[in-house]
Every structure is written in structure tokens, then in C-alpha cells.
Design a protein around this ligand. Structure first.
Ligand SMILES: C[S@@+](CC[C@H](N)C(=O)[O-])C[C@H]1O[C@@H](n2cnc3c(N)ncnc32)[C@H](O)[C@@H]1O
Length: 194
């Protein structure tokens, strides 16, 4: 847990928020710069820091935050500290039906990518994403997988990343055909790959 209570992680949280504020200002934020809809995140032991960031800049109130995690202890700890927010214990795919009104989802899982699970996860998010797109014209989705497991699955890092970007672009194009995503929309410069 400690590696998520760090300056780089704090920067990542701010970058996610700033990205949305810059790129979806009209669809996802009202005239007072408050988030329309709810923010949902895989919280781990440190996701309260995201909630505290969002509260500090008045983007939302605690009732606008849904924290999800498969770890019961993390959820109970957050629940005790911020009872006005919603805390859901379970696998994200099993609590999807409780995410009504979510306009931003941070799948901050650090789980292995490029394999079937990412595809299945994205498919399960379709109703939540489409509802926000229909209602507000946008849905904020952060995917934060790790390439660490590529070798275990017999893939190079490059192949795992390619698989991921192909899956993400195909599924997001299904949600939002006019956006015409391609794998290159999510591609990392080859110089950064091993
Ligand atoms: C990196 S931590 C979250 C960090 C937090 N968002 C922050 O900003 O500090 C990842 C958490 O996601 C949880 N997780 C991963 N996949 C999940 C899933 N499919 N459903 C529920 N929880 C999941 C893990 O239990 C872990 O506690």
C-alpha cells in the first residue's frame, strides 16, 4: 500500500482530474466546475486520497464518490472514515449494477493487461459508460493496468500493450462509434517499449 502514498501517485491523481477538467469541461462539469454524476474508483488502502483531492478542489461532495474494492478491510476502514460516501465490497464486475449515475470510473487496478480479463472487464462496463455518454455526452474512464505479467502469459511487453490497445479501441468504438478510436489512439511510442 505504501507505494500508493507517494508523490508520483499524488501526481497521477491530480493528472487524472486535470485531464478531465481540460478535455471534458462542458460535458462532465457544471458551470461551477463541479462534477456532473459520480466518481467511482478501485480504492485499495489509499483511495481516500483521491476522495480528499476531489473534496479539496470542491469537484464533489462525499456523496458523489463510490469506492469499490475486493478487500473487505480497506472498504471497512474507508467507510468508518467517510460514511457519507458509498463503499462497495466486491469485484467491480459484480457491483456494476450499483454504479448508476457514475460519470467517471478509475479502474486503478494495477492488474495484468493484454489478456482476456481486460476485455471482459470493459464489456461489463458498457451499460454504465453508455448511460453517461447518452446523458452527458461523455464518460471518463481511467485504466491503469500493469504489463508486469506479460512474460508469464508468454507475451512480450510490446505484444501485451498491443493487445490492450486493440481491445480498448474496439470496445470504445462500440460504445461511441463517432469517435473512431484506433489502437494508435492509445499507443505508447515504441521507444518506451522493451
Ligand atoms: C492500486 S490499488 C488502488 C489505489 C487507489 N486508487 C489510490 O489512488 O491510491 C488497487 C486496488 O484495486 C483492487 N482491485 C483490483 N481489481 C479489482 C476488481 N476487479 N474488483 C475490485 N477490486 C479490485 C485491489 O484489491 C487493490 O486494493
Amino acid at each position: 500500500m505504501d507505494s500508493f502514498i507517494s508523490k508520483p501517485k499524488a501526481r497521477y491523481r491530480r493528472d487524472c482530474l486535470e485531464y478531465l477538467q481540460e478535455n471534458a469541461a462542458k460535458s462532465l462539469f457544471d458551470s461551477e466546475k463541479r462534477l456532473k454524476g459520480k466518481w467511482c474508483e478501485l480504492v485499495g488502502g489509499s483511495g481516500h486520497l483521491t476522495l480528499e483531492l476531489l473534496l479539496s478542489v470542491k469537484v464533489l461532495s462525499p456523496s458523489g464518490f463510490i469506492g469499490v474494492d475486493s478487500n473487505k478491510v480497506h472498504i471497512a476502514t474507508h467507510q468508518a472514515r467517510y460514511p457519507e460516501a458509498t463503499w462497495l465490497h466486491g469485484n467491480l464486475q459484480d457491483v456494476i449494477h450499483e454504479l448508476e449515475g457514475v460519470s467517471v470510473l478509475n479502474v486503478d487496478s494495477y492488474s495484468s493487461t493484454g489478456y482476456r480479463t481486460t476485455r471482459e472487464l470493459l464489456k461489463s462496463l458498457e451499460d454504465v459508460a453508455r448511460a453517461s455518454i447518452q446523458r452527458r455526452g461523455a464518460f471518463g474512464l481511467f485504466l491503469n493496468p500493469t504489463l508486469g505479467g506479460a512474460k508469464r502469459h508468454g507475451l512480450t511487453t510490446r505484444q501485451a500493450l498491443l493487445n490492450l490497445t486493440q481491445d480498448v479501441s474496439a470496445i470504445l468504438t462500440g460504445w461511441c462509434p463517432e469517435s473512431r478510436f484506433t489502437p494508435e489512439s492509445f499507443w505508447t511510442p515504441p521507444s518506451l517499449l522493451v
